[in-house]
Design a protein around this ligand. Sequence first.
Ligand SMILES: [Zn+2]
Length: 249
Amino acid sequence: MNADDTYRHNVDRNVSAARQVHTITDRFSMANTYLIDDGQFIIVDPGSDLNVRKLSDYLPRFLHRSLADIDLIVLTHLHPDHTAGVGALRQLCSAPVAASAVVYQLQQVLEQGKLIPPLLAQLTEQLRPGPLRYFDIFPPFYERQMKLVDLWLTDVDGLPGHPSWRVIASPGHTPESLCLYNPFTYELLCGDTVITVQGGAPLLRSGTNRQRLEETLQVLRSLNVHYLYPGHGRPILGLHPLNNVDVEW
Ligand SMILES: [Zn+2]
């Protein structure tokens, strides 16, 4: 049975495959770190050195595996509270770090001081209502952080080596924000695109481009999600958690 057949089979029976996401965080964590176990391990948002220490305890203690089994590190976006632990984690494993290709494209624009023609239409739309807003939300420290990244991810593609996990571009909180979605387990890791620090209710984070945010919300609502894992706050387990999301305009 190939992946598409498996998907149809699960949809027909309305039965999902076993959950794959583990939450690696504690009450002192600035942001949530997640571990995906699909046989190998993907770490999503290493967060801080504290989260990396918790991860290096968790793997041997609860999964009886080692940090060497980490196959990939994914950054949902490049804000420091999600990326600060990358250095510590890379001292413990040799997995490549992946982030949205939008970072690379935007950095090219900044370096060259002009818009590259193929990007022009996309960025013109992103920049509305004015170019200065775009630069406000893309501060210079991204230049340093993008040096952490080995692999660039594009919308809708499967994660390298993990095709069940799809990249979902979710611009809004930042231009390069992405979510990871597994249509077989109905799990969605959503970084800071949606958080749950508001008393547990999902909150779509605001961005400077209202239209992009609306489009992101539509995309996320079109997914069949039973498990929502936000970058901040508690995961939500339940049918269609994004139906009643609040929007931070
Ligand atoms: Zn953020």
